[in-house]
Design a protein around this ligand. Structure first.
Ligand SMILES: [Zn+2]
Length: 136
């Protein structure tokens, strides 16, 4: 497929663009849940859609199904503080993510999960290159 065709296809099919965007979020944390570090299987809206949260990068974080379902509509920091797996470094990462500072968020996540560092270096390089802030 030509590059031009891909762009055309994305415009034609917003769902495809949505899927690419979701995939790029998971890739950013090396498919680990921002809250607990388990494999991320879903995208969590930090401020729930039901409370007016938007589907933008700053409001959408990779999360495992357990955290995503458990958090539900609770205020995120309030919910997170009460979890057994609460980690202040992850809370800071979440704050940085919401503020749109994804590089800081990633550094904090690496700090919280040092075994990711080697793998992350390549992911980080790719993410920085491909990173696009998208509003859907
Ligand atoms: Zn989780």
């Amino acid at each position: 497929m030509q590059n031009r065709d891909a762009v055309f296809l994305e415009e034609l099919c917003p769902k495809l663009r949505m899927r690419c965007w979701r995939k790029s979020l998971h890739k950013f944390t090396d498919t680990s849940c921002i809250y607990c570090g388990k494999p991320s299987e879903s995208i969590d809206h930090v401020l729930p859609l039901s409370r007016g949260g938007l589907s933008v990068t700053e409001n959408c974080v990779p999360a495992c199904l357990s955290c995503n379902g458990h958090k539900s509509d609770t205020e995120v920091f309030e919910w997170y503080r009460n979890q057994r797996f609460y980690d202040p470094r992850r809370a800071m990462a979440l704050r940085a993510w919401i503020d749109g500072d994804l590089n800081l968020a990633l550094r904090l996540l690496e700090w919280a999960q040092p075994n990711l560092i080697n793998k992350e270096q390549t992911v980080q390089k790719n993410s920085q290159k491909n990173w696009k802030l998208q509003t859907v």
